[in-house]
Design a protein around this ligand. Structure first.
Ligand code: ADP
Length: 191
């Protein structure tokens, strides 16, 4: 099984690249952001728990996020591999994911981290906010909070995988196809 953590700050293009990766390599794409947005839309219990955090640009509590992720992995036992988009976002989540996957003998293969300057991130997110309807992409203060939360709580997750020699840093700027071909070079070696 090929399990890839696609990593990077908000607006780094994880969702866009994950869709292309899942098509080319036939991997299951799991986006925690999409799962939460769906849960909110459907007014599920989990959606109600997540809503206030997402609106402020804070992280949803680890126990909610980890429980949701474990359930989705267990619902898809036959897949060739998984692209984790937006998860893990804290070291606690990364540790929990390792325990969960290692127990199934399906460890994380690589973390692919997309690097984008903060100026470019804010520009992209405000642009996305214009047509996506995502409230968390419309307000500069909320965007800045998400970037702060990323720097404080999520960046250490890169070191977590680096210590396991699984981290690959890639430039996340350029055209969508240019970035995808950088990712494909990494995946072609392991798939
Ligand atoms: P982006 O990468 O642009 O911030 P996402 O769609 O990945 O967007 O996430 C949207 C929001 O969902 C985050 O700001 C956060 O509130 C919540 N979220 C997503 N993934 C996680 C996670 N792994 N842990 C906690 N909260 C999460």
């Amino acid at each position: 099984m090929i399990n890839i953590v696609l990593f990077g700050p908000p607006g780094s293009g994880k969702g866009t690249q994950a869709v292309k990766m899942s098509e080319k390599y036939e991997l299951l794409h799991i986006s925690t952001g999409d799962l939460f947005r769906n849960a909110i839309k459907n007014e599920t219990e989990m959606g109600l728990k997540a809503k206030a955090f997402i609106e402020k640009g804070d992280l949803v509590p680890d126990e909610v996020t980890i429980g949701m992720m474990n359930a989705v992995i267990d619902e898809n036992p036959e897949v060739k591999g998984i692209i984790f988009d937006g998860f893990p976002r804290t070291v606690t989540q990364a540790e929990a994911l390792d325990v969960f996957l290692n127990a199934k003998d399906k460890p994380i293969s690589k973390m692919i981290a997309l690097e984008v300057t903060e100026e470019e991130l804010i520009k992209r997110l405000l642009n996305r906010g214009k047509d996506s309807g995502r409230a968390d992409d419309k307000d500069v203060a909320i965007i800045k909070n998400r970037i702060d939360v990323y720097n404080e709580k999520t960046l250490p997750v890169a070191s977590f995988y680096d210590k396991q020699n699984k981290l690959v840093n890639l430039k996340g700027e350029g055209t969508i196809d240019e970035i995808f071909s950088r990712i494909a070079k990494v995946l072609d070696i392991i798939v």
